[in-house]
Design a protein around this ligand. Structure first.
Ligand code: NAD
Ligand code: IPM
Ligand code: MN
Length: 356
């Protein structure tokens, strides 16, 4: 039996609820694949600040570095919104990503057939959509110096080093090779020098991947194209800020932010998290959609644990549960079976037993 150590960071708001769901699913799936998984929970974000006066303690960081994989819920909320900028939960999330070297954020946007009606877009536009956003996660305007604000002005810096663009471009081309062999690089090269540079480096890397088709798209057009015709995309590669925005737009194609998972990968560590936040408006009400987090767990089994079959099993259980009509409030439709977070989780657990 293989032993695996996972650190879970439920964080704040619905992070607590969706990670509780994920833990049950991990515990159900692991023995089916002869895995002994220990899950060690740590405080991170606002809850850590309330307990220790720090959003990310040395202890939590060390635990993450000592784990095979990290599973994160979400951080943030109104309670901590007015703290100084560098003390906010969101700043701690950036620090965690940087410390773990998680430069590649993989955000797959796949429309489940059963949910083709849940999007605010027309069914024939979105049905069959299956693309992946590869977002650069440890550079760009999120991290560039100088940054700050005073009474007269506020400033940030968007900067990319050559090696940062090269490695994320390689991730995108490698991924495209396993999929539809098409990469769309999204930038703002008509206005920003940093984007011109980005474009140049992506094209240089492309010379090693001539079997993959590369095209460039300006970010404003890309935002429009993602809702106009999402099926044109296979792999999107883009910078930190543009990727943040484009992936939330992609969320609406799949029906809800509560459906989009992500993997944040580096050379040494891996972290899995839904793309949504702590959803203060529904936190603590057992209403959150756990499926983005469960799909993130599927990605964890596929990537870090090298068990694609386990990942597929979780995806099948999600399909099965949706096709039986179970829906949390964010994806509800006429005639569906409205389910709470815990009811949805129970259905997934039942399906997991049924499918294998
Ligand atoms: P949000 O993603 O938390 O919520 C946006 C909307 O989507 C809300 O109406 C919410 O109810 C809904 N929603 C999100 N996830 C859902 C789910 N799983 N099921 C059902 N509905 C869901 O974004 P926000 O409101 O802009 O941010 C709230 C807080 O979360 C902020 O502090 C923000 O900084 C933080 N945040 C954290 C992360 C993270 O930890 N990775 C990501 C995004 C936002
Ligand atoms: C995300 C979030 C984060 C980001 C915030 C909370 C720092 O929006 O994971 O998409 O902007 O990266
Ligand atoms: Mn975001």
């Amino acid at each position: 039996m293989r032993s695996i150590k996972i650190v879970s960071l439920p964080g704040d708001g619905i992070g607590q609820e969706v990670v509780a769901s994920a833990v049950q699913v991990i515990e159900k799936v692991a023995p089916k694949f002869d895995l002994e998984i220990s899950i060690e929970e740590h405080l991170f974000g606002g809850c850590s600040y309330d307990a220790h006066g720090e959003m990310l303690t040395e202890e939590t960081l060390a635990a993450c570095k000592n784990a095979d994989a990290v599973l994160l819920g979400a951080v943030g909320g109104p309670k901590w919104e007015n703290l100084p900028h560098n003390k906010k939960p969101e700043a701690a999330l950036l620090k965690l990503r940087k410390e773990l070297g998680l430069y590649a954020n993989i955000r797959p946007a796949k429309v489940f057939d059963a949910l083709a009606d849940a999007s605010s877009l027309k069914k024939d536009i979105i049905q069959g959509t299956d693309f992946v956003v590869v977002r650069e996660l440890t550079g760009g305007i999120y991290f560039g110096q100088p940054r700050g604000y005073d009474e007269e002005k506020g400033w940030n810096t968007m900067v990319y080093e050559k090696y940062e663009v090269e490695r994320i471009a390689r991730q995108a081309f490698e991924l495209a090779r396993k999929r539809g062999k098409k990469v769309t690089s999204i930038d703002k090269a008509n206005v920003l020098e940093v984007s011109q540079f980005w474009r140049q480096i992506v094209h240089e890397v492309h010379k090693d991947y001539q079997d993959v088709v590369l095209n460039d798209m300006y970010v404003d057009n890309a935002a429009m194209q993602v809702v106009r015709n999402p099926k044109q995309f296979d792999v999107i590669v883009t910078s930190n800020l543009f990727g943040d925005i484009i992936s939330d737009i992609s969320g609406m194609i799949t029906g809800s932010l509560g459906m989009l998972p992500s993997a944040s990968l580096g050379d040494k560590y891996a972290l899995y998290e839904p793309i949504h936040g702590s959803a203060p408006d529904i936190a603590g009400q057992n209403k959150a959609n756990p499926l983005a987090t469960l799909a993130s767990v599927a990605m964890m089994f596929e990537n870090t644990l090298d068990l694609p079959e386990a990942g597929k099993l979780i995806y099948s259980a999600i399909e099965d549960t949706l096709s039986k009509g179970y829906r949390t409030g964010d994806i509800k439709s006429e005639g569906c079976k409205l389910a709470s977070t815990t009811e949805m989780t129970e259905q997934i657990l039942t399906s997991l037993d049924a499918v294998k």
